[in-house]
Design a protein around this ligand. Structure first.
Ligand SMILES: C[S@@+](CC[C@H](N)C(=O)[O-])C[C@H]1O[C@@H](n2cnc3c(N)ncnc32)[C@H](O)[C@@H]1O
Length: 292
């Protein structure tokens, strides 16, 4: 029975739809927005160090929605300064969406964009082999380190290419989130592929401590409304189950005992809170800021 379960990532269109439902049901983007509005201006105040151009590297920038928000904060903090924004993103689909967004948006005149269709390790290998190493003023890795195989080597490399007063911003799920508990308790019974790994801020801060890299870590609350997961035959609930378990068609392929166990836990206070008749899964996010 368990062998019929397969990773959600093996069906790209189902993954994209379940991710869309996750964004609709969660406060993920509102939580990021709050951080960008309240904390980011202070964090980026000293980057660039009175240079005439600020260089930003976006790793796994996706379709660019969050990237453009970051760029507008940098513009506001450093008025009139030119910005050079390079994006490392393996999905051509995402790059196309990013370019569409840039084409539609106004007030980007002082920003030069470049996209590289490659993974972070392909980028690293290319610039090292061709001796094209540059220094960057701000590097961000937002909800993407799950897809990186060698996280310590990646963090060490990107830290080594920071300019003076530069910073790295990482966003991942928090070690206090329901994800941490779900992955620790059920990870070994859910289908895995080598595309994605379970990583939270607790793992990352341990890696950074081992590397001797200094950082600040901020946690912000976020929730995901999983009430539909408890309604039989609910299409939205099915897609959210898939996202939670990273399993394609979890509801129809999972062993009933496994589903019953997870369902019971999702109601427990370490995983979710109950509010206004809804079950809200703990989707807390961590924002890790690393200095040069
Ligand atoms: C969950 S999305 C986050 C997108 C964007 N940063 C955001 O927060 O809106 C993860 C992104 O990482 C990209 N990605 C996956 N593996 C990667 C890798 N090894 N290196 C760089 N980017 C990767 C994916 O294509 C996807 O666009």
């Amino acid at each position: 029975m368990a062998s019929s379960m397969r990773s959600l990532f093996s069906d790209h269109s189902r993954y994209v739809e379940s991710f869309r439902r996750f964004l609709q049901s969660s406060t993920e983007h509102q939580c990021m927005q709050e951080f960008l509005d309240k904390k980011l201006p202070g964090i980026i105040a000293s980057i660039g160090d009175s240079k005439s151009e600020i260089k930003i590297l976006s790793i796994g920038g996706g379709a660019g929605e969050i990237d453009l928000q970051i760029l507008s904060k940098v513009q506001a903090q450093h008025p009139g300064v030119c910005i050079h924004n390079e994006v490392v993103e393996p999905s051509s689909d995402q790059i196309a969406k990013y370019k569409e967004l840039v084409a539609k948006k106004s007030n980007l005149e002082n920003i030069k964009f470049a996209w590289h269709k490659e993974t972070s390790s392909e980028y690293q290998n290319r610039v090292v082999e061709r001796k094209e190493l540059q220094k960057w003023d701000f590097i961000h890795m937002i909800q993407m380190l799950y897809y990186v195989k060698d996280i310590p080597a990646t963090l060490k490399f990107f830290h080594s290419i920071l300019a003076t007063k530069a910073k790295i911003l990482i966003i991942v799920v928090s070690g206090t989130s329901g994800w941490d508990k779900l992955w620790k308790k059920y990870g070994s019974r859910l289908p895995r592929d080598d595309l994605c790994q379970y990583v939270t801020s607790s793992d990352l801060t341990q890696i950074l401590d081992n590397l001797g890299i200094k950082y600040d870590c901020y946690d912000l609350p976020s929730t995901m409304d999983i009430s539909d997961c408890f309604v039989d035959g609910n299409e939205n609930g099915d897609l959210l189950w898939d996202f939670l378990t990273e399993t394609c068609n979890f509801n129809t392929t999972a062993p009933p005992r496994l589903k019953a166990e997870i369902m019971k836990d999702l109601n427990e206070p370490e995983f979710s809170i109950k509010k206004d008749g809804k079950v809200l899964f703990n989707n807390n996010l961590s924002f890790i800021v690393i200095e040069a």
